[in-house]
Design a protein around this ligand. Structure first.
Ligand SMILES: Nc1ncnc2c1ncn2[C@@H]1O[C@H](COP(=O)(O)OP(=O)(O)OP(=O)(O)O)[C@@H](O)[C@H]1O
Length: 633
């Protein structure tokens, strides 16, 4: 869910829509030309009543058939010109506007990739999906129609009114009578419609989330026979959305009623008054025909204002929703000073800001023991060299959306994994193991403390470099709609090929790949759901090791394997672990035995470090956990 449902009360639709300017700027010339073409086309339509006046007062009154045919030809040519000009306008805007939409969509996607994990933890995927699809479509439609036609219609109405006043100013004043109530209705409508439009678009986002969750969780829904209750919940959301859409329709009907009825009444009054004048000989029949034809030609420009305003409001809401995501701050590319200024907590509204908001900027320059900082002149203290390997120093972490008074998930964690060493991380469920591993590749930002890799503070490294040094495999393996080979090679530098893939698959004991219909070229389907849990886990492990990472972080990577496969993977993994520094979350003694030492995480702190056998002997909690019994504090 988005952090808050923005109220549209105070926002100005125009100011919001102006944010589209950077995207519209490159196509402004085409849009302007298209608008000019539409104005000419629309005004061409207003010439038709003048030709009618000429025909009625001239050839028709004089009973001149040649003149009538000539008038008809003029009318035909004007009609064709109007149609061709409107066609030209469509042609002019179609291509550039689809480019604007595609550009905005690509920028949104790129931005989503760069936003921190904390952002994605907080936002429902359906809300993001609806912004990338429905909202952008609304924006393209706004740029194609309301943006141009509000201008075109305004010019057409102005020119038409001037023509009518020139024909007969008293009749013109009769037609202008409803202007004030119509404008007043439009202003009221604008304000009310904005709120309902926002509500409807947010509800579409909620609906998208439910559909997405139901599709992804279809096995659970079926397995637990929950399809009826899911369908009921979905119907409820659909009913709510339908209610909101009906409110929109009622508002549109109201404004449409006012905008159509009042001008029609005015035209009727003008017809009556004009007929009286013609009967009394004060007005020519041709002038009355021209006047009424002009008034009728203005019906569409006036009537369409209602839905053009509605579309503009929806576009303003879509722009607001689009920029809510675009305004969320991205992960900084590297240095900690930037992290200090733009830490993830800064992007969320106040209730979400935790201790990280107060975290001072850290970095190589701020770190007293950093090897990258030359010793201050005159500082007599010798600087101890930073230890190699992975080092956690006074690490404290609280999730940005955790209650402010809740204890931090990790507190005062001090741990050193020596270079080339493998450290198993053991702890009860919920003790913070996954959280600790996610801090190494900076999927979350520390609240305080620091982590160094071979002596370098991770916040001082460019993220790209950090993530090329650290490979991760999570307990819940995620695969993408791509081939097996592409999924695995995602973990390697560009240019890695067949031999790397074969080696990684061998380490992960993923021989099953060769039995797939197209071997490593087999598409794994959405989320890899066509594979078993253990198969997916092995591919995720292969992806983690394929790039021969300097640091390896594995979150219980063998949990879904049978004992024989697990033993085979462990045997192959030992060779990989010999060349890397690894942190491995483990629940079972067999996985723990892969590691040189074990750290016990308890209540968010590292409470013991030693070999498996040492801890078994000396630490009751560890012995408890390894005995297979659930340890509860
Ligand atoms: N995104 C999040 N926002 C807020 N709290 C979270 C988030 N993710 C995890 N937590 C909380 O942090 C604590 C530690 O979770 P974590 O997943 O690190 O535990 P774990 O030791 O890996 O557990 P397990 O062994 O079950 O995988 C839990 O209390 C959990 O509820």
């Amino acid at each position: 869910m988005p952090p808050t449902r923005a109220t549209t009360k105070e926002r100005s639709a125009v100011r919001t829509l102006l944010r589209l300017w950077p995207y519209v700027r490159p196509v402004r010339v085409r849009l302007s030309v298209a608008a000019c073409v539409a104005i000419v086309a629309s005004c061409t339509g207003l010439v038709i009543p003048l030709v009618l006046k000429w025909m009625v007062d001239g050839p028709v009154a004089d009973r001149d058939p040649g003149g009538v045919w000539l008038g008809a030809l003029y009318l035909l040519l004007l009609g064709i010109a109007e149609a061709l000009l409107f066609g030209l306008r469509r042609w002019l805007v179609a291509r550039p506007l689809s480019r604007v939409e595609a550009g905005m969509r690509a920028d949104l996607y790129g931005h989503l990739q760069r936003l921190p994990v904390a952002f994605h933890d907080r936002w429902a995927s359906g809300q993001l999906l609806s912004r990338a699809t429905t909202d952008l479509m609304l924006l393209r439609m706004f740029l194609a129609f309301p943006l141009t036609f509000l201008l075109v219609n305004a010019v057409t109405i102005l020119v038409g009114v001037l023509i009518m006043l020139a024909q007969d100013w008293t009749l013109g004043l009769v037609i202008l009578g409803p202007t004030i109530p119509v404008v007043w209705t439009c202003v009221i409508f604008e304000n009310r419609y904005a709120d309902v439009a926002r509500l409807a678009q947010d509800q579409v986002g909620d609906l998208t989330t439910v559909v997405e969750e139901s599709v992804l969780g279809i096995r659970i829904i079926k397995g637990f026979g929950r399809h009826r209750s899911q369908a009921r919940a979905f119907r409820e959301l659909v009913r709510t959305l339908r209610g909101t859409e009906l409110r929109k329709a009622r508002m549109l009907a109201m404004i449409w009623g006012v905008i159509v009825t009042l001008p029609e009444v005015a035209i009727g009054a003008a017809l009556f008054w004009g007929s009286v004048q013609v009967a009394e000989g004060d007005l020519s029949a041709g002038t009355l025909v021209a006047f009424l034809s002009t008034a009728l030609a203005l019906r569409w420009p006036v009537e369409s204002i209602g839905f053009l305003l509605a579309m503009s409001q929806e576009a303003a809401t879509a722009t607001e929703r689009y920029f809510e995501v675009r305004d969320a701050l991205e992960e900084d590319a590297g240095s900690s000073s930037a992290a200090g200024e733009r830490g993830p907590s800064a992007q969320f509204p106040a209730p979400l800001q935790g201790a990280s908001a107060r975290r001072p900027a850290r970095g190589a320059g701020n770190c007293p023991t950093s090897p990258h900082r030359p010793a201050a002149e005159g500082d007599p203290r010798p600087h101890a060299p930073e230890p190699a390997g992975i080092r956690f120093e006074n690490v404290r972490f609280r999730y940005p959306d955790a209650a402010p008074d809740s204890p931090p998930t990790l507190d005062d964690v001090d741990l050193h994994i020596r270079s080339g060493e493998s450290m198993a991380l053991v702890g009860a469920t919920g003790s913070g193991k996954t959280t600790l591993t996610a801090l190494v590749p900076r999927l979350h930002e520390l609240t305080s403390g620091r982590i160094t890799l071979d002596g370098r503070d991770i916040t001082a490294m460019p993220r790209e470099e950090l993530r090329s040094l650290v490979s991760v495999a999570f307990e819940e393996p995620t695969l993408f709609s791509a081939s097996v080979g592409e999924n695995v090679l995602m973990g390697a530098e560009d240019g890695a090929g067949g031999p790397d893939l074969a080696r990684a698959l061998a380490v992960a004991q993923a021989d099953f790949v060769h039995a797939l219909p197209q071997g490593t070229a087999t598409q794994v389907g959405e989320q890899g759901l066509s594979l078993s849990g253990g198969q997916r886990q092995r591919l995720a492990l292969a992806r983690a090791v394929v790039g021969r990472p300097r640091f390896l972080v594995l979150d219980d990577p063998l949990s879904a394997l049978d004992v024989h496969t697990e033993a085979a993977v462990e045997a192959a993994l030992r060779d990989v672990l010999a060349d890397t520094t690894a942190l491995i979350v483990a629940h079972r003694p067999s996985t723990v035995l892969l590691a040189d030492r074990v750290a016990l995480l308890s209540g968010g702190r590292v409470t013991a470090v030693g070999t498996h056998h040492e801890l078994l002997r000396s630490n009751a909690e560890y012995a408890h956990l390894m005995s297979g019994e659930d340890h509860r504090r």
